[in-house]
Design a protein around this ligand. Structure first.
Ligand code: DAH
Length: 344
């Protein structure tokens, strides 16, 4: 018996000394201590021994078992450590290699202008409202005092899905939606894309963007409109810029005005950009027509309001001196990368 134990002891020792990987340690463990292992077989065979021999042999087997378990544990820790070292050596990072530069894009000039417009108006207490680009005739025209067959619809021909559903021609339908869903005081701007059946040229595109504004409260006057737009123009183009109101017509405002700002390029002296006038038109505005208030559920004897619609491409091109609207949509990186510090 002692011989057999010595044999097992030596063979395990030899196998452990030769073991090269932590996986083979497990094989050794199974071959000795597993259910069908050599030492387990010895324990199973103890029944054949005499009662006097049994405890002595049992003690020896258990002592060997404890010894082997200790070896297995140490060897496996040793191998695991060695394997970790090998892995670390193989994975060495050379932190002196120059990194690959991540190409940074920059904001599109239209987005930059829109962000600026939003920050100017939110600074004056406006909140931002949104509406759908696929719009109902009711909101795009009817509730804005443009009933079916009104001649002013001609200037805003658009893309129709059917008689009542169209691509919105302006952001003004958001006015109607807001008045129907909120009670005064109302102070919103609504930026977004709009659509018209226009041919593409330097100043027209079938898709463009506007930013609508609407203020409704008791006692709102044309003076409030003028003050708001003057502040906006100064914040956007700088000190010394003011606005000029020219009488105009929009069915949804009465009175209505086309609003010009001082030409930022010549500071009003007159140049090629402003065609010698010193002024540049950037938006339409007016006092909300009482008919519109009434149709949208607001009492026109109690409340008044003003509204305006800014053309964002126009404002952008004036701000950055871009001569052709198409440049904003063509996505030519040579053009776009001029608007930021980062590389495109
Ligand atoms: N919706 C007009 C357009 O697209 C612009 C406009 C003019 C909006 C006057 C307004 C406004 O809210 O009061 O031509």
């Amino acid at each position: 018996m002692q011989e057999k134990l010595n044999e097992i002891r030596q063979s395990v020792r030899a196998k452990l000394d030769a073991a090269a990987g932590s996986a083979s340690i497990e094989d050794i463990r199974v071959s000795v201590l597993g259910r069908k292992g050599e030492l387990t077989a010895l324990l199973k065979g103890m029944g054949k021994l005499s009662p006097e021999e049994r405890p002595i042999v049992g003690q020896k087997v258990n002592a060997l078992r404890a010894e082997i378990e200790g070896w297995l544990e140490r060897k496996s820790a040793e191998l695991a450590e060695k394997e970790k070292e090998q892995r670390l050596a193989a994975e060495t990072l050379d932190i002196s290699i120059p990194g690959e530069a991540v190409a940074m894009g920059n904001e599109h000039p239209l987005s930059a202008t829109l962000e600026k417009i939003i920050s100017i108006f939110t600074g004056m207490g406006f909140s931002v409202a949104e509406g759908p680009e696929v719009e109902l005739d009711k909101y795009n025209f009817e509730l804005l005092n443009l009933p079916k067959n009104h001649p002013a619809r001609d200037a805003q021909d658009t893309f129709y899905f059917n008689e009542n559903i169209l691509l919105r021609t302006h952001t003004s339908p958001v006015q109607a939606r807001t008045m129907l869903s909120q009670k005064p005081p109302i102070r919103i701007i609504c930026p977004g894309r709009v659509y018209r059946a226009d041919e593409v040229d330097a100043t027209h595109s079938p898709v463009f963007s506007q930013c609508e504004g609407l203020v409704i409260d008791e006692g709102i006057t044309m003076g409030d409109l003028k003050g708001t737009l003057d502040t906006f123009a100064r914040e956007l183009y700088g000190e010394g810029i003011s606005t000029r109101f020219r009488p105009s017509f929009f069915p949804f405002t009465e009175p209505s005005a086309e609003v010009d700002v001082t030409c930022a390029a010549c500071k009003g002296k007159g140049c090629r950009i402003c065609k010698g006038t010193g002024w540049i038109e950037i938006l339409g505005a007016g006092m909300v027509n009482p008919n519109v208030l009434e149709m949208c559920g607001i009492d026109p004897t109690k409340y008044t309001g003003f509204a305006f619609g800014i053309g964002i491409e126009r404002v952008t091109n004036l701000k950055y001196n871009v001569p052709d609207m198409r440049l904003l949509f063509e996505n030519d990186l040579r053009f776009l990368s001029q608007f930021g510090k980062g590389r495109v």
